[in-house]
Design a protein around this ligand. Structure first.
Ligand SMILES: NC(=O)c1ccc[n+]([C@@H]2O[C@H](COP(=O)([O-])OP(=O)(O)OC[C@H]3O[C@@H](n4cnc5c(N)ncnc54)[C@H](OP(=O)(O)O)[C@@H]3O)[C@@H](O)[C@H]2O)c1
Length: 270
């Protein structure tokens, strides 16, 4: 299906790894111009080369710390200078090494750090991108949240709360921006074997017998550590969610806004 993305201007934060990267690749393969935002320059360089090879006519990236307002504003100033408008903003970055632990293991600093990358990163990007989205002929925002907001997870309470705030932000924005014809939706992943997930699995003690690159082992660990089983007996590969994010963020999605799309291997009623 042609998603109507040829020459569309797309910004993907967290676009160098995991699900953000998978989405960036789908946008690129459909002919969109793609800009990725992440901190690591090496990851940006490697991603930009891959996106160009996939067919993105103007793939590029900006080293950005999404927890810094000046850094985010500088990134979108660069996007404005280069493109003048933005069709699609994907907020895919999120907490990886913060917000993990039960309530009594997490202090104020960790709560703040979790909300900083888990929620405020998207707030900063939307704020900075709004003039560019409003200048575009059509515009979409896709916020990547988490299925754990529906199940609740005492072992990752701060992470889950930050993601629930992200989902609420998304819904509010969909109402507020409907008059501007900017469609805002949430995509909620289940358990995906992303770079962040591989890092978590690699840090587990050897006696747990986990292959950090096994989708089946990843699902077993998520079930054991966080109580998040799924009907499909494995985690997802990021390549399985990229096309969903690309569709939701495309021109073809013309009548869905304020939705929260689960891509979770069927975990809602486990
Ligand atoms: N993996 C899962 O099972 C799962 C489940 C539910 C929800 N999610 C959510 O899905 C989203 C994608 O997760 P993922 O696991 O695919 O991610 P990932 O593989 O860990 O990749 C994270 C991306 O975000 C960038 N990033 C992280 N912190 C940043 C910062 N402060 N400033 C700028 N860029 C930053 C990283 O690049 P740099 O390190 O170079 O900055 C990288 O490109 C996240 O919002 C996550 O919370 C994940």
């Amino acid at each position: 299906m042609d998603l109507g993305l040829r020459d569309a201007a797309v910004v993907v934060n967290g676009g160098t790894k995991g699900m953000g990267r998978a989405a960036a690749e789908c946008f690129a393969a459909d002919g969109a111009k793609v800009c990725v935002l992440a901190r690591g320059q090496a990851g940006i360089d490697e991603t930009v080369a891959a996106l160009a090879a996939l067919g993105s006519p103007d793939a590029w990236g900006v080293s950005t710390d999404l927890t810094s307002r000046p850094s985010v504003e500088a990134a979108f100033a660069a996007v404005g200078e280069r493109w003048g408008s933005c069709n699609t903003l994907v907020n895919a970055a999120g907490p990886v090494d913060v917000g993990i632990g039960a309530f009594d293991a997490i202090d104020d600093d960790e709560w703040m750090a979790t909300f900083d990358i888990g929620t405020l990163s998207a707030v900063r990007c939307v704020r900075a991108a709004l003039p560019l989205l409003r200048a575009a002929e059509w515009a979409r925002i896709v916020n990547v949240s988490a299925h754990s907001t529906k199940r609740q997870s005492p072992e990752i309470v701060a992470y889950t709360a930050a993601k629930a705030a992200m989902t609420s932000l998304s819904k509010n924005l969909s109402v507020w921006l409907a008059g501007d014809a900017i469609l805002v939706n949430t995509v909620s992943p289940g358990s995906f074997l992303s770079a962040g997930m591989v890092g978590y699995l690699e840090a587990l003690p050897a006696e747990r017998g986990v292959d950090p690159h096994s989708l089946v082992d990843a699902m077993r660990v998520i079930g054991e550590d966080f109580g998040h089983p799924a009907h499909l007996p494995r985690a997802g590969d990021p390549a399985e969610i990229g096309p969903v994010i690309a569709f939701v963020g495309s021109r073809v999605n013309s009548y869905m806004t304020g939705a929260n799309v689960n891509v979770d291997g069927g975990s809602d009623f486990c």
